[in-house]
Design a binder for this molecule. Sequence first.
Ligand SMILES: C[S@@+](CC[C@H](N)C(=O)[O-])C[C@H]1O[C@@H](n2cnc3c(N)ncnc32)[C@H](O)[C@@H]1O
Length: 258
Amino acid sequence: MTEAHKAQVQSQFGRTAEEYVKSPDHAGGEDLERLLAWGRARGAARVLDIATGGGHTALGFAGFTRSVVATDVTEPMLRAARRFIHGRGAAGVRFVAADVEALPFRDAAFGMVTCRLAAHHFPELLPAVRQVSRVLVPGGAFLIQDILGREDRDLAAFILEVEKRRDPSHVRAFTQREWAAFLKAAGLTVIDEMIMEREREWEQWTERMRMTAEAKADLERFVLAAPAACREAFGFKIDGHRIVSFADGILLLRADKD
Ligand SMILES: C[S@@+](CC[C@H](N)C(=O)[O-])C[C@H]1O[C@@H](n2cnc3c(N)ncnc32)[C@H](O)[C@@H]1O
């Protein structure tokens, strides 16, 4: 991760940390339930949650795991997650500032690694996945949830522009094929995968990133002027000239270390 990109991520998430703790999109949902169900079925004494954000995934795993380590590259985010998790009375969660590309843990330190709604911020996926593989025990599980990257170039370009205008630290969502290839290259085999659709309420989604009124109006003009096929593919609901919501695909993967 370049210093410039790291600074952008830290600036973006440092000032919006509390919004992520409070975000209903992050606090729960069918996707988090699926990760937790995979985690419970598998079980592990030590779990690492990468890019913990407001800490919702780490908190969920702390409910049935002896030790959870929550990491994030943005220290104010990590402090917000610590306050939130301690406020919920969860013991056994440790907080460590770390970039996914340089995890400060010994090899084979964890039985399970989780990473939810964060990989689209990673400048490259392979170095991140290699780090995950390194810190997993052989046979350990990597549980992933992220925005689904589109194979169609026009749709991918459209949604990338929408995401980047809202959050300049967004890099891109990886496709299912890219995930499978990078996981394989890092010595991980996909055991389970599924795609879910998730509705994003527009006001909440743009507010969370504290967009300026001008940037938000520009983004709305961009969406309304885009080809109808792009809006349709992402289920944009429009009321007059007001964007109400849209829907994106969420990819969930469970991969085991060979
Ligand atoms: C949307 S939040 C994550 C949500 C959280 N995992 C959950 O389940 O609610 C994205 C987080 O990724 C973190 N992040 C981005 N790039 C990172 C990197 N290279 N290493 C570690 N954390 C990173 C950001 O600081 C931010 O806190």
